[in-house]
Structures are given as C-alpha cells and as structure tokens.
Design a protein around this ligand. Structure first.
Ligand code: FAD
Length: 374
C-alpha cells in the first residue's frame, strides 16, 4: 500500500493547483486521473490574468512554448441583431489557452506523484484513512474529478437529477492556411453571442491558428439544434469557414448558484467543478477551480491537524468567496418575460455590453485577486 498525506482525484486545473500548493509545503501528494496527460478537455479555453497571477504563471514565459492568445476586445451580440465591439485598450484583459497544453503544464510542475491512466473505482474509509483502488492510502482526500467526480458522487446524493447543470458543446481544431484566410473572427476579439431566450450563449474564439466554436445552455433541451443554428448564423455572416469538423464534444457542469451538493466530508474536500463552482453568468470555471484549490491548500497547510476546523472553514471560505450557492435561499430572480423585453435594446448599447457583459460577467474586474492569510 502506498501512503500519502493527501490524494487528489483529478489532475485538471483544480487538482494540479492543489497538488502544487501542498507539495511545495512539504506534503506527500498523489494525483490520480483516469486520463493520461496531455489530455484534452472540452472548454473554450479563456483565462483571465487573475488566473495566471494566482498560479504564478508568467504569460511571457508560458507563451514562448504554448498557445497564449492575448484578448483586448470582445464582439458581443444577441443572435439575430448587430453586435457591439468592446475595446479594452492595449493591455490584454484575458488570454486564450489550449487546455491540452495548459493542464499538462500545470500538472507537470506540481511536483506530486502521479497515478495517470488510473480510474478511481474503489473508495473506502478504513481505520481513519482513505483507501483508493485498494493500493493507495491517505489521511486526506480531495475530489477534483470535474462534474462527474466519483468523490462527489459519494458525498450526499452525488451528481444526479436534482441538479440543473449547464450543458455545452464545442469543437477546437487547427485551421488550414485557407481556412485561416477565410476566417474573419479575430484572435484578440472573441465573439460572444447570446441566445434570444437568454438561456445560453455561443462563442467563436480564435487562438493563433486554432479555432474554437461552441455553445452552452442552462438546460439540455435541443442543444445540438441551438448549436447548429448558431454555426449557420456565424457562417452566413462570414465570420467562420464553411468547412468545419463535424464532431463536437459535449460536457456538463454546474454553476455555483445552482450547486446543492455537499462540499465536504470527514477528511475530505471537493474543489473545482466537482464542487460546482463555475461563475453564474459566464460559466467560466477555471478561476473558481484554481481559487477553491488554493483556499483548500491554505487551510490544510495551516490547520491540517484540526480536520473538523478545516472542513468547516472551507465551506465558509467557498461561500464567502463565490457568494450564494444553490443550497441557500434568498436572492431575486427576474421573470423571463422581463429579461426578454429588456435584453435586445440593452445589448445594443456600449455601456451594457462593456460594463456589465464583458467587464462584470466575463472578466470579473470587480473580483479582487485571491489573498490568502498564510
Ligand atoms: C464547452 C465548455 C467550455 C468552457 N469554457 C471555459 C472557459 O473558456 N473558461 C473557463 O474558465 N472555464 C470554461 N469552462 C469550464 C471549465 O472547463 C471547468 O470549470 C474546469 O475545467 C474545471 O476544472 P477542474 O479541474 O475542476 O475539472 P476538470 O478540468 O474537468 O478535470 C477533472 C479531471 O478529473 C479526471 N477524472 C474524472 N473522473 C475520474 C475518475 N473516476 N478517476 C480518476 N480521474 C477522474 C478527468 O480525467 C479530468 O482530468 C468550460 C466548460 C465547457 C464544458
């Protein structure tokens, strides 16, 4: 039996950030992932500078060997009407990365032991320790296995019908030189197009010679139909090439405001998508994944010998950082008819698209960098 201080299930941004933070504080950490890395992850792949700063990733250094597309403006619209372009100046306000590269980079530098290509299929709590697949044992267990994380499934009701996840589909591919010429979408200006019923949005995101096209909705009804309509709309407008790959990949995940699953158990924490932390308006989940892991690592490093305090403090810290979860009452929801009436004129204004849609919902300029007490 291999012994560790902590085992994290899932080597995405959540798992690797946690592992990195704890191995550098002297913890023996194992990262278990069913995939072998580099692996792909269904994702548009934009990250704000806050993510890179929290991870101590220097954009210049990272960009030397990896795709790192600076973003300086957005083209934002409601499908069927003219878009507005928001110009945010010369300094990049966001970046485009490729998840196959980014996740591998973070995992490799984490310094943790790895069990890759190893699916968690057996999880037991015996004699005050967690035992995984009958061959790894640790005092602490962290679930970072994404929306369908098997650790999350063990806590409470686990992922299931009582949750209302976002469902999304995307494709990312390397364009041929001819496709690059025909593609009018620009790298530094991702396109965000909201569905007329405001239940989701589509995006076109060019990252150097790669093109990422996708659509996500807060329901799973006729997702492919909505996606096909969006792609046709973009092609008719001449923004993307006609000859696209046929296969789009799908995935589901929870927005923080809809998440009801428990965050903790005895000597056990959930981080990232496993905890259901993505931002409500944009669906961006990399920043919450990284920040939840840094919060967890900080508490574990400072208070690891007081497990009940860690568990209670982590729950409190997540709510304090990300706001009201789906398991709390309160808050005001605008009726659908009101949203549908006010959205078309608002989405034509520079003020709303810039101050609310891009700066608040997508760039989170009002959310300060995470500061940890240690
Ligand atoms: C279409 C789409 C577009 C998105 N675009 C963006 C975006 O542009 N920007 C952004 O910030 N967020 C975006 N998101 C959300 C973002 O992808 C997630 O929030 C983020 O990946 C969460 O990271 P994580 O580490 O928690 O989970 P993941 O990145 O999902 O990693 C989980 C890991 O767990 C492993 N695993 C799962 N089950 C097991 C098991 N049984 N045993 C062992 N290992 C297991 C998986 O192999 C995987 O490597 C998007 C999501 C989708 C679906």
């Amino acid at each position: 039996m291999d012994e560790y201080d902590l085992i994290v299930v899932g080597g995405g941004p959540a798992g690797s950030s946690l592992a990195h933070a704890l191995t550098h504080r002297g913890w023996r950490v194992l990262v278990m992932d069913k995939a072998r890395f580099p692996r792909d992850k269904t994702c548009a792949g934009w990250v704000t500078p806050a993510v890179l700063e929290s991870l101590d990733v220097n954009p210049e250094t990272y960009g030397r060997d990896h795709v790192l597309q600076p973003i300086r403006s957005f083209r934002v619209g409601l499908m069927g009407q003219e878009p507005v372009e928001t110009d945010h100046g010369e300094e990049p306000v966001s970046y485009g990365i490729r998840r196959c590269e980014f996740d591998n980079y973070l995992l490799e530098r984490s310094g943790a032991d790895m069990a890759l290509g190893e699916k968690l299929h057996d999880l037991r709590r015996t004699e005050g320790a967690w035992v995984l697949n009958k061959r790894f044992r640790a005092a602490w267990l962290v679930g970072a296995g994404g929306h369908f994380c098997p650790v999350a499934a063990r806590l409470g009701d686990g992922p299931g019908g009582y949750e209302q996840p976002v469902t999304a589909k995307e494709v990312e591919f390397e364009m041929t030189p001819e496709q690059q010429q025909r593609c009018r979408a620009r790298g530094d200006t991702p396109e965000l197009w909201f569905c007329r019923d405001l239940k989701g949005y589509g995006w076109v995101f060019r990252k150097e010679e790669y093109l990422n096209i996708g659509l996500g909705r807060q329901e799973n009804h006729q997702l492919s139909v909505h996606l096909a309509e969006f792609v046709r709309f973009m092609q008719d407008a001449g923004r993307i090439p006609e000859d696209l790959p046929r296969r789009y990949k799908g995935h589901a995940y929870l927005l923080h405001g809809h998440a009801r699953r428990p965050l903790t158990d005895d000597h056990c924490l959930l981080v990232g998508d496993a905890a259901g932390l993505a931002y409500d308006q944009s669906g961006e989940g990399i920043r919450p994944a990284v920040e939840s892991s840094l919060l967890a690592a900080d508490l574990l490093a400072r208070l690891g010998d007081r497990p009940e305090t860690v568990v209670a403090e982590y729950d409190r810290a997540i709510r304090a950082r990300f706001g009201r979860r789906g398991d709390e009452s309160g808050g005001v929801r605008l009726p659908e008819w009101l949203k549908a009436t006010v959205a078309p004129p608002l989405m034509r204004t520079d003020w709303f698209t810039r101050k609310v849609v891009t700066e608040k919902w997508f760039l989170h300029t009002d959310v300060p960098l995470l500061h940890l007490s240690a």
